[in-house]
Design a protein around this ligand. Structure first.
Ligand code: F0G
Length: 471
């Protein structure tokens, strides 16, 4: 049983709004460069917003990764760094916080999420293995492939439809998963790769019922289940809001229950945990821990710092506690929804329901005259920057990359531009300005032409590819 999705936060909370549970103590000036300078800047960046200088950006919605504002307590924690090479006290604070809120037994620190993805992939995947998961994420899948595995998408079909209002579009389709298990054999599946929320689907959540059933299915075949917990606190909010029996449970309790159905998790602490750098891998099985904590000394750093300074680990430990506060997460998602409501009111095509960390604009519907190999989402991100200095990110054909077998572009159903909201950074007025800029670009859509790719790097091409306008 699920509750209907409230159309506005106002409907959910009566007349009470989601105002931020903090006030501003320090500010960082912003400036917008002129249109002529933006023309130059985006051309110099090869029409790729990843290649812009941040000084040339006005409102930066490229990502919510490492872009959070830390609290006064986290900054105070930075002064308490124990910069010992081994056994830093800050590591033990971090370990304690992960154990308390996520419930896993063993913790391995890493410099960021992909460091943890590297370790878990290398520890568990053998060449020829299959890793089923609820939609790919760029770095996650690449590490699985580099370890010799093949990723297979087993998310529910609704996830691939931007207009479908399913409340848990991040769910695993258990029939699809069972068919994969029967086709390749359970011994060829080192683990199921579950993400909560699902970034590439639009920040869509997984339900508690789904993870519970997934656990049972995995147990039936003796397969392990690992979680990408990067935005799992946001996922917990949607369970509290939409799933029967969870309205009165705290975010922290929901998070811990969800994690209890999995064997471990990897984490990009740069998202939910409100820090600018950091990550971890946490597992329940001792053998996996031993392998990972041996690999971490090769690739990241000693197993009590894993690429982070002591002060980073302290800020992270404090951030974990702040992240699971109900009022924090309500205002975080409230702000994302506020932007979504403005755009939806103007009939701008966005992924619905609005997810946890971003608004995803549907570039296929925005630019129906552009074929996918003229990069409609890449084009839209460039046009938005030109209009207003706002930086967004492509999440479509460029991000999907090429099929390693055939070498052809992958053509994902979702061709999206992500307006990603950093945590505790921008105000409601910045959301207004952003919505108005998207509207201006939408009004000029018929005159917009696409792009051609002129440089393509081998790995994760979206970060560094270059484009030119088609004349
Ligand atoms: N998993 C998910 C779901 C992510 O969104 C990311 C990063 C990672 C893993 C990798 O973590 O960046 O710390 O190495 N996502 C960023 C983004 C880059 O913009 O969505 P990382």
């Amino acid at each position: 049983m699920t509750h209907p999705i409230p159309q506005t936060m106002g409907q959910q909370f009566g007349r009470r709004s989601w105002a931020e549970p903090w006030k501003i103590k320090m500010v960082e000036p912003l400036r917008m460069i002129s249109r002529a300078e933006r023309d130059q800047a985006i051309a110099a960046a090869g029409y790729n917003t990843f290649l812009l200088r941040s000084d040339d950006v006005y409102i930066d919605l490229l990502t919510d990764s490492g872009t959070s504002a830390m609290s006064d307590r986290q900054w105070a924690g930075m002064m308490l760094g124990d910069e010992a090479y081994a056994g830093s006290r800050n590591f033990y604070h971090l370990e304690e916080a992960v154990r308390e809120y996520y419930g896993y037994r063993y913790v391995v620190p890493t410099h960021q999420g992909r460091g943890a993805e590297h370790l878990i992939s290398k520890a568990l995947i053998k060449p020829g293995d299959t890793i089923p998961g609820n939609m790919y994420f760029t770095t996650t899948r690449l590490h699985q492939e580099l370890a010799g595995g093949v990723f297979v998408d087993v998310i529910v079909d609704e996830a691939h439809d931007p207009a479908n209002l399913h409340p848990f579009k991040g769910n695993v389709d258990l029939d699809k998963l069972e068919r994969v298990i029967k086709r390749v054999g359970p011994e060829k599946i080192p683990y199921v790769s579950l993400a909560g929320t699902v970034n590439m689907a639009g920040g869509q959540p997984v339900s508690m019922a789904n993870v519970r059933a997934l656990r049972e299915l995995c147990d039936r075949y003796g397969i392990r289940l690992y979680l990408d917990a990067t935005r799992m606190v946001e996922n917990a909010f949607f369970i509290q809001e939409r799933e029967e029996g969870y309205a009165d449970k705290s975010i922290a309790a929901i998070l811990k229950e969800f994690c209890s159905y999995t064997d471990g998790a990897w984490m990009s602490a740069k998202k939910d945990h409100l820090v600018n750098i950091g990550g971890w891998l946490a597992v329940n099985h001792q053998d996996v821990f031993e392998t990972a904590s041996n690999l971490v000394v090769v690739y990241e750093g000693l197993h009590t710092y894993g690429g982070m300074a002591g002060r980073d680990m302290e800020a992270l430990a404090i951030g974990i506690t702040e992240a699971v506060q109900d009022d924090h997460i309500r205002s975080r998602i409230g702000q994302v929804r506020y932007l979504g409501e403005l755009l939806a009111d103007w009939d701008i095509p966005i992924v619905q329901p609005v997810g946890g960390h971003a608004i995803f604009v549907n570039a296929k519907r925005f630019y129906p005259h552009l074929p996918q190999d003229q990069f409609p989402a890449q084009t839209l991100a460039a046009e938005l920057y030109l209009d207003s200095g706002i930086r967004a990110m492509e999440r479509g054909i460029v991000s999907a990359g090429r099929d390693p077998e055939t070498g052809d572009h992958r053509y994902p159903a979702l061709e999206l531009v992500r307006l990603t909201i950093p945590r505790r950074v921008y105000t409601q007025a910045h959301m207004d300005v952003t919505a108005e800029a998207v509207k201006a670009v939408y009004e000029a859509r018929e005159q917009t032409r696409g792009l051609r790719m002129v440089y393509e790097p081998k790995y994760l091409r979206f970060f560094q590819a270059r484009f030119e306008p088609i004349e």
